[in-house]
Design a protein around this ligand. Structure first.
Ligand code: COA
Length: 216
């Protein structure tokens, strides 16, 4: 009998065999611990009798406004337990939490463009390819950003595919809030633009200082 329960710290010492698969992303311990601490609802393990790890899913909830969404960071099932609807159950669980508890607009995930079995599974579960991210993975492989709209996205706006592929830099920009985007731009923007912004800034400061000095 399969038990699906919340992932706990001890499972980190027992799930290595599942991670041997080359298509399973493996992260460092602090990364897993951060997920466990911040998004425990999004981290589940499937166990066989004898406490053998069959597979797991980890994810998070993030974004702002209509970009508020659940994200699947990793889902994997050990080869001997595949095609038993286990990944489907784990995915359904995460989707339910994003939909009913966190009221997200959609669930998304990234998958290697060559990972046909996983893409087929996501399509079967109702995910569509939202955009292609060029050279997203190590080895310069493209990633597919796949999405499934949740009940809060009544008009299904979140899954209208982008018309062109994007680069990982653009992805980071799109994920940032407008404030952070501007702050980053002030640090790294084009020199002509920065020259104007900084000149204006110093002009205002000097004028204020001058006016205050004059008033005294
Ligand atoms: C992708 C993966 C998680 C699927 O796990 P699973 O437990 O075997 O999947 P399920 O049994 O829940 O499959 C549900 C449906 O997805 C589709 N599917 C799953 N594996 C498939 C495959 N190898 N080829 C074609 N379709 C597949 C099928 O439609 C399946 O339904 P069916 O068996 O009734 O036809 C598993 O193969 C795996 O761990 N792969 C390595 C890690 C990985 O690629 N993770 C995803 C990274 S983004």
């Amino acid at each position: 009998m399969t038990t699906i329960r919340r992932f706990c710290c001890n499972d980190l010492l027992r799930f290595a065999s599942v991670n041997f698969d080359h298509l399973t992303e493996t992260f460092n311990m602090s990364f897993y611990m951060t997920y466990l601490a911040r998004w425990p609802d999004y981290f589940h393990v499937a166990e066989a009798p004898g406490n053998r790890v069959m597979g797991y899913i980890m994810g998070k909830v993030e974004g702002q406004g209509e970009s508020w969404h659940g994200h699947v960071t990793a889902v994997t099932v050990a080869p001997e337990y595949r095609r038993q609807q286990l990944a489907k159950k784990l995915m359904n669980l995460l989707e339910d939490i994003s939909d009913k508890i966190d009221k997200g607009y959609f669930v998304d995930l990234f998958v290697r463009a060559s990972n046909t079995p996983a893409i087929k599974m996501y399509e079967k579960l109702g995910y569509v390819i939202y955009r292609r991210v060029l050279r997203y993975y190590s080895g310069e492989e493209d990633g597919l950003d796949m999405r499934k709209a949740l009940s809060r996205d009544v008009e299904k706006k979140s899954i209208v595919p982008l018309k062109r592929p994007i680069t990982p830099d653009e992805l980071e920009c799109m994920n940032e809030s407008v404030g952070i985007r501007w702050f980053n731009y002030l640090l790294t923007g084009s020199s002509a633009f920065l020259f104007c912004v900084y000149s204006l800034f110093f002009y205002i400061i000097f004028t204020l200082v001058f006016l205050m000095y004059d008033a005294l």
